[in-house]
Design a protein around this ligand. Structure first.
Ligand SMILES: Cc1cc2nc3c(=O)[nH]c(=O)nc-3n(C[C@H](O)[C@H](O)[C@H](O)COP(=O)(O)OP(=O)(O)OC[C@H]3O[C@@H](n4cnc5c(N)ncnc54)[C@H](O)[C@@H]3O)c2cc1C
Length: 305
């Protein structure tokens, strides 16, 4: 069985940064990514808020630049899914695909994914009118008409943010009452440009090259109608990929891994970085910072032990 100082799981911004810092500190590194490296960058049309790119950059271009930064360093790349971690201090056994490896430390950078509505066209039109991130994509819909789906704090807080940019916002919620906190609801209800559509669900998404609208069904009456939209923001939940977490790893109620500010988890030698962590700001810049911090912590952990 191959043995490494550290295994980095996930090839998004957090994982790439962690691997880079580990290799530059002389550690032997295994790097596992189940898809193409880039993570959620590959779902993002334009990134305008990552420092160094004042004119913005395409998500796939930034992903390519991140991957290129690892060229010239020596590491073992596993293009497969991490399926199981058996934690033991300085001797973690990890199954990647069908292969077992040993890693003294592990940095978990497996990100998170937005829950989808699960409708036809949703996947295809993501980044072409459909978004799961108002902070990232809101600016593209300045002066336009958008829909927001959801009724929790994320949906309402993102609606407040979007309402400052767009001309008209239709907030579509499947229940009569919102789950969001009362003070957020109060703020949303007094904004005239937010049209609240209660007890309604999106049943179809329309558009060829880009989104043109949705069909919504009133769940009380069964009546359906079409709504023309330039953008659709879906906030029906966000979830980490957690089926392979080692036993005993502490996570919050949503399954996000709890760490301290040094990315240290409750299991010795296991660190977490990026969107898989329990935190409030999930962005490329924060993932990169987490990755660097986690690598530094793993290095010091090995030095001490
Ligand atoms: C549509 C959209 C637009 C966005 N726009 C912006 C923006 O404009 N600006 C900004 O700063 N942020 C934006 N973000 C957020 C940003 O992309 C994320 O915060 C960032 O990518 C998180 O990086 P990460 O490395 O933590 O995780 P991710 O990018 O999610 O990467 C995780 C990686 O882990 C891999 N993985 C998962 N499980 C396993 C496993 N078991 N085995 C092996 N590999 C695994 C995945 O395949 C993935 O490649 C956007 C996100 C989305 C979805």
């Amino acid at each position: 069985m191959k043995e490494y100082d550290s295994l980095v799981i996930g090839g998004g911004p957090a994982g790439v940064t962690a691997a880079l810092y580990l290799m530059r500190s002389g550690m032997t590194v295994a790097f596992a990514e189940m898809l193409s490296p880039g993570g959620q960058l590959l779902m993002t049309e334009d990134i305008e808020n990552y420092p160094g790119f004042p004119k913005g950059i395409k998500g796939y271009e930034l992903a390519d630049l991140f991957a290129a930064h690892l060229e010239g360093y020596h590491y073992d790349k596993y293009s497969d899914t991490v399926k199981e971690i058996q934690h033991a201090p300085l001797a973690n056994k990890v199954r990647i695909g069908d292969e077992w490896i040993l890693a003294k430390t592990i940095i978990i950078c497996t990100g998170a994914r937005y829950k989808k509505l699960g409708l036809p066209n949703e996947e295809r039109l993501t980044g072409r009118g459909i978004s799961y991130c108002a902070l990232c994509d809101g600016n593209f819909f300045r002066g336009q008409t958008v829909g927001v789906v959801g009724g929790g704090n994320s949906a309402l807080e993102e609606s407040l943010y979007l309402s400052k940019l767009v001309k008209k916002l239709h907030l579509i919620h499947r229940r009569e009452d919102f789950r969001a906190t009362k003070c957020v609801q109060d703020k949303v209800c007094i904004i005239p440009d937010i049209d609240i559509i209660r007890s309604s669900a999106v049943t179809a998404i329309h558009g060829e090259d880009s989104l043109t609208g949705v069909t919504i069904r009133n769940l009380a009456t069964g009546e359906e109608r079409d709504l023309a939209l330039d953008g659709l923001f879906i906030f029906v939940g966000y979830e980490p990929i957690k089926d392979y977490y080692p036993e005993g790893l502490t996570a919050d109620a949503g399954g996000f891994i709890i760490t301290d500010t040094e990315m240290v988890t409750n299991l010795p030698g296991i660190f977490a970085a990026g969107d898989c962590r329990s935190k409030t700001c999930r962005q490329v810049a924060t993932a990169v910072g987490d990755g660097a911090t986690a690598a530094n912590s793993a290095f010091h952990y090995l030095e001490k032990n």
